[in-house]
Write a protein that binds this ligand. Structure first.
Ligand SMILES: [Zn+2]
Length: 549
């Protein structure tokens, strides 16, 4: 009644005024409206459309409404030069965002983030150019350039001619926006895939001061306090595709040393295991904490750093914790690994900082730098040692010393010519990885040691028929690319002393090697707890999520 009274008594002139204001985005700021819609929201619409065409349509409606509201709001800014300045700034940022996000969405399946930066920075300038030219198809460059040119020409034209819509067209356009708003209200959840949600996410992107400040001291029950193995070792590899390991049947002998260990029954290669993500940060976040992949889609779940990490769990069990990394330390913003390292009792970052941070030391530095320390560890104490390798991080040919350059283009004559060098250098990096992991294992062969080697994720290595020239990280949007990108090897080593003291555990590992089970290394902390004899954590039986069960 109240509103009815207002509307029926509102003078006609007020209707006109409101109408004029609502039409403004089309009658006065149409160029800004169009540019903002295409540049700032198109990559989102494309991404949604790839997953489902209806999603794409719903998101288009959402983006139209958002663009309209932003254009409307900016129209109120006075004086005019300030408004123009803000419009220019927004369009400038959108131009950059458009180019980068269009590439990331189409080529990688996710928006620009720290992993993309890492991918590009992990190369020197010549390689970066080669890498990008192999990864950026010419058509994307042409599309982006074309869109830039189109808006530049339109802007030049608008300086001399009026390109705003007329009254009738503006009323129609506003009607369409109102319709879209109604659709949007009905399917409001779609905003979660749009630009506003991403902005909110970026603003809320929280990196904790330290993991320690979020320690929650979980309740951990052990089977027997006196049975904890003295040494637990976790080797985190990098970009190792299971398909390229001779431990899993690859025809080239890329893992001769680890195969020999398997044949002597100290090493076990478990099959059918995936990493939680095809990229480093996402993967480590899941692998090193009991935060699970299911939590990603649960708005009520605690954040990953609020859940117990493997470092905290081992410390709670009485282990001294050490982190040896052949990665640069960086900051807590650039690398999640640094946060886990900082939570350890002691840590060593062996790679250079700055521009050379991916390309100086080969992984053998991990053995050379830690061997004396390992020899001196007190056998009466318990030790949890993490090695974080450079592994097969792109650029592959920088990951090994010359004597490991065993595979050459000649060994890949059945492959397309422009794939051969990459395949050869990749396999050489796996061969060198084999040597380094074996050397690390040898440091622990005379102690009571259980050791796990697991890479953060794999690499596609030209196996995706939908994108046959692509070799790097798996694409979240393409199921086949994702599947290849998360296929990883998973290796457990049990020293003779460990085998002697824990025959039951070793039997369970052997059984799993012979009877593979699909498992995700998301649940790695549960396996480690299982291996050292933890019964429950926070009242939950750890066996439920351990692969040995
Ligand atoms: Zn990685």
């Amino acid at each position: 009644m109240f509103f009815y009274a207002i509307f029926t008594h509102m003078p006609k002139i007020a209707y006109h005024k409101i109408g004029d204001i609502l039409l403004r985005p089309f009658r006065e700021n149409f160029l800004f409206f169009m540019a903002l819609f295409i540049l700032a929201t198109c990559p989102f619409i494309i991404k949604a459309s790839i997953s489902h065409l209806i999603n794409g349509a719903l998101l288009t409606a959402h983006c139209l409404v958002v663009t309209y509201l932003v254009t409307l709001a900016i129209g109120f800014i006075q004086p005019k030069f300030l408004r123009k300045l803000i419009q220019g700034l927004i369009i400038g940022l959108s131009l950059v965002d458009f180019g980068i996000n269009l590439y990331c969405v189409i080529r990688l399946g996710y928006f620009f983030d720290a992993d993309v930066v890492r991918l590009v920075l992990g190369t020197n300038s010549i390689e970066a150019r080669e890498f990008l030219s192999s990864m950026i198809p010419l058509w994307i460059v042409l599309v982006v350039a074309g869109v830039y040119l189109f808006f530049f020409a339109l802007w030049q034209y608008s300086l001399r001619h009026n390109i705003n819509l007329g009254k009738k067209a503006s009323i129609t356009a506003t009607g369409i926006v109102v319709l879209c708003a109604a659709v949007n209200a009905y399917s409001w959840r779609i905003w979660g895939e749009g630009p506003i949600h991403r902005l909110v996410e970026l603003c809320n992107y929280s990196v904790p001061e330290s993991l320690k400040s979020h320690y929650c001291h979980p309740d951990i029950a052990l089977q027997d306090n006196n049975q904890l193995p003295s040494h637990v070792v976790l080797i985190i590899g990098e970009s190792f595709a299971r398909f390229h390991s001779s431990l899993y049947g690859y025809e080239k002998k890329t893992n001769p040393l680890l195969e020999a260990k398997r044949d002597s029954s100290t090493l076990f290669a478990l099959d059918s295991i995936d990493s939680p993500a095809p990229t480093t940060i996402e993967s480590l976040k899941h692998m090193l904490t009991i935060y699970s992949k299911a939590d990603d889609n649960n708005p009520n779940a605690k954040k990953w750093f609020e859940r117990p990490s493997i470092i905290e769990i081992m410390q709670e069990c009485g282990y001294l914790t050490y982190w040896f990394s052949n990665n640069a330390k960086g900051s807590r913003y650039t690398g999640i690994a640094t946060m886990f390292a900082d939570a350890c009792h002691q840590r060593w970052f062996l790679q250079q900082e700055g521009a050379l941070r991916y390309n100086v030391h080969k992984d053998m530095i991990l053995v050379d730098s830690s061997s004396q320390h390992i020899r001196q560890t007190d056998p009466m104490q318990h030790h949890f040692i993490v090695y974080h390798m450079m592994g097969s991080h792109y650029n592959y040919n920088q990951r090994y010393v010359d004597e490991f350059a065993q595979f050459t283009e000649q060994d890949y004559m059945d492959q397309p010519q422009d794939h051969r060098t990459t395949l050869a250098t990749y396999d050489n990096s796996i061969l060198y990885n084999d040597y380094v992991v074996e050397q690390i294992i040898n440091m622990f062969k005379d102690t009571e040691t259980i050791l796990i080697y697991v890479p953060d994720h794999g690499q596609v290595m030209y196996r995706n028929p939908n994108n046959p020239d692509y070799f790097a990280h798996g694409n979240n949007q393409d199921p086949m690319s994702y599947a290849y990108g998360v296929e990883i090897p998973f290796i457990i080593y049990a020293s003779p002393l460990f085998q002697q003291k824990h025959p039951d555990t070793v039997e369970r590992i052997k059984y799993r090697q012979n009877h593979p089970k699909a498992w995700n290394s998301d649940d790695l902390p549960y396996l480690i707890m299982d291996l050292i004899g933890v019964k429950t954590i926070e009242g939950k039986d750890i066996k439920e999520k351990s692969i040995l069960n």
